[in-house]
Design a protein around this ligand. Structure first.
Ligand SMILES: Nc1ncnc2c1ncn2[C@@H]1O[C@H](COP(=O)(O)OP(=O)(O)OP(=O)(O)O)[C@@H](O)[C@H]1O
Ligand SMILES: [Mg+2]
Length: 456
């Protein structure tokens, strides 16, 4: 099958030249640049690559092709666009590259040269599609989100459906279910993927700082505002803004957020100029926003603005075999990170995992498996290393492991030494045997963690 090339050019001579020169290599269609026609061809002909004349109507503006570019990329984020430009519109071509065009080519056209560029574009497009497909239909995950259960497949198809457009998405689900992962997946599959993904944790930033974090300020707006500062809305321009824990947003900022969503402009603190914004909003919450609306803690109009599309993440306990899939995935990941050769989990360990309700969801499973991987001395992880801790649905209250592997190891090491000593009634030889280390090694560990040899 030939790669498909769409030539968008109102200059008949150029279109004819390209068509004639490339007919042996490409399946070709030509459009004079009518927007409707181009968009129809995009969906019906599904080109791999497009040559787009930057100066379509031959007007003095010379940038109609530039205006068409975002429309094309919005309709199909994989297609590669090569801008065709005259030397005097080269600056526009650079702008086009910034806006997502693959390359530009300055007339007059050398057919051999352009053929090389187009083939390179097709090659890259195929690679990107392959990568995307393998992440989508890959054995166990979708855009890095592991899962094969019915409810998760539904989540994946929603992500896929909402990613290409700009709808506001509200991601809901218990703590640790992967809400941020979903938000990132939507961004990375959207036409905005080359632009920033900016996170605002509405619950973690102190209320008095939140407004200036979000909106930014002008120099002199208040004491301490010694320079202009861009807010996160502005930093996310042309990208995605992720409003995490949006239920924690104080009421007066809810009003301001609503205005941003409605009017798509912001005013930094101390400024009276509207700055236009092009952002996509994804919000997440693990609280019942509807109930907050009922209690008067969350504005109803904002709730409806955010809740255009709701992606509900099921709790881990409702995902069936995904528990095993995820456990195996984390075993592979952590054991290779630590450099341990662990092949998997014993039946007893799996039984223990699937019969547990996982109040802390995937995050808790992740921590549990990390702990087990650190503890395990054999090829398979057994039930006795599966320790449920931090059984709190609120992450800030949970006894979860630190991010640092070194600290986590020390924590576990200390825990095990204490446990062995207790089991052995403080008999050093016995404890060393339980731990499968020598007596001097145990003494060393006890000294490191400041434990004294006490009489039982
Ligand atoms: N399906 C999954 N596949 C792989 N990793 C996952 C999956 N779901 C969650 N995780 C991992 O679990 C952890 C928690 O996920 P995430 O931070 O997205 O949850 P959350 O819903 O935002 O939690 P919270 O409400 O506490 O903020 C992260 O380390 C994430 O990478
Ligand atoms: Mg989160």
């Amino acid at each position: 099958m030939y790669p498909r090339l769409l030539i968008v050019d109102d200059d008949e001579a150029i279109a004819r030249q390209l068509r004639w020169a490339l007919a042996d290599e490409f399946d070709i269609k030509v459009s004079t640049g009518n927007k409707e026609e181009v968009l129809t061809l995009l969906s019906e002909f599904s080109p791999d690559v497009i040559t787009l004349d930057i100066n379509l109507s031959g007007s003095s503006e010379g940038n109609e092709g530039l205006g068409l570019l975002p429309e094309i990329l919005k309709a199909n984020s994989f297609v590669k666009v090569v801008m065709i430009t005259a030397n005097d519109t080269k600056d526009n071509a650079l702008t086009a590259i910034k806006n997502g065009a693959f390359d530009f080519y300055v007339k007059p056209i050398d057919t051999q040269e352009i053929s090389i560029i187009l083939n390179r574009a097709v090659h890259l497009k195929r690679l990107e599609e392959e990568l995307y497909l393998s992440s989508r239909t890959g054995d166990i995950s979708f855009a890095g989100i592991v899962g094969k259960s019915g409810p998760m497949l539904e989540v994946f198809s929603m992500i896929q459906a909402v990613a290409p457009n700009d709808f506001t998405v509200l991601v809901t689900g218990e703590s640790g279910t992967g809400k941020e992962l979903v938000a990132r997946a939507i961004h990375s599959m959207s036409p905005r993927r080359e632009r920033p993904f900016v996170v605002v944790n509405c619950g973690a930033i102190p209320e008095n700082l939140l407004e200036s974090e979000l909106f930014g300020y002008k120099k002199g707006a208040f004491t301490g505002a010694v320079t202009d500062k861009k807010g996160r809305f502005e930093l996310a321009d042309r990208g995605t803004l992720f409003l995490d824990e949006v239920g924690e947003l104080p009421l007066h900022l809810q009003v301001k957020l609503l205005r941003v969503l409605q009017e798509k402009v912001i005013q930094p603190i101390g400024s009276n100029r509207d700055i236009p914004l092009d952002i996509r909003i994804i919000a997440a919450t693990n609280s019942d926003l509807k109930a907050k609306v009922g209690a008067g803690d969350f504005r109803e109009d904002l709730y409806y603005r955010l809740n255009v599309i709701n992606i509900k993440l099921p709790p881990l306990r409702a995902r069936g075999d995904d528990i095993v899939l995820l456990a195996q995935y984390f075993v592979d990941r952590f054991s290779s990170q630590i450099g341990k050769k662990i092949s998997g989990l014993t039946d007893a360990a799996i039984k223990r995992l699937v019969s547990y309700p996982w109040p802390g969801n995937v995050r808790q499973l992740e921590n549990t498996i990390l702990r087990a991987v650190i503890l395990t001395q054999s090829q398979f992880i057994d039930a006795d290393t599966i320790i449920f801790e931090g059984i709190s649905a609120r992450p800030e209250l949970s006894l979860s492991l630190p991010d640092s592997l070194k600290q986590a190891k020390e924590m576990v090491e200390r825990m095990l030494v204490e446990r062995a000593l207790k089991k052995a009634d403080n008999n050093i030889s016995k404890a060393a045997k339980i731990l499968e280390i020598s007596r001097p090694q145990l003494y060393q560990l006890m000294a490191r963690y400041g434990m004294k040899e006490t009489q039982a």
